[in-house]
Design a protein around this ligand. Sequence first.
Ligand SMILES: [Zn+2]
Ligand SMILES: [Zn+2]
Length: 176
Amino acid sequence: MSGLKVRLEDIPPEGLRLEFEEGPELLADCFPAQGPVAARVFLKKSGIDVKARGHVKAEVRLACDRCLEEFVWQVDEDFEVEFRPQASAPLREETQLTREDLEVIFFEGDEVPVGELVREQVILSVPDKRLCREDCRGLCPVCGKNLNTGECGCPRRAQSPFAVLRELMARKAQTG
Ligand SMILES: [Zn+2]
Ligand SMILES: [Zn+2]
């Protein structure tokens, strides 16, 4: 995987503070990022594990689920994870289950994949439902016009019964 890696022997007992930027190519196979992915990470050894906490900032371009227009999603997230050597995975499976709140990333060899961690945090921060704005009106089901830019004049009865119902309820909520 791509991105910054830190050798275990380079992490002193008091911990290691990093501030770095990854290029947009870190996210190349997920979403286009505009500009760099900026991260602050504090690494501290804990037995054979390495605890990491920090912050990631980035801007990624997403396509809206409703109107299909591209929009910029701001990533601005704190995180706390634990790196654990791959070799210890089967052995320590039981302890892992008791620490449900902390995300664990396994690593191979003697390098901690910090860039990969940052990449994962960006991916986790992107919501399943991607909307350019909360009240995006989407596309007209008849002519395909983006309704955020204005009415198209298509007859409303062409909508599905569910959509009509939803609209009635929305109207009621507005007036009532
Ligand atoms: Zn939209
Ligand atoms: Zn239309």
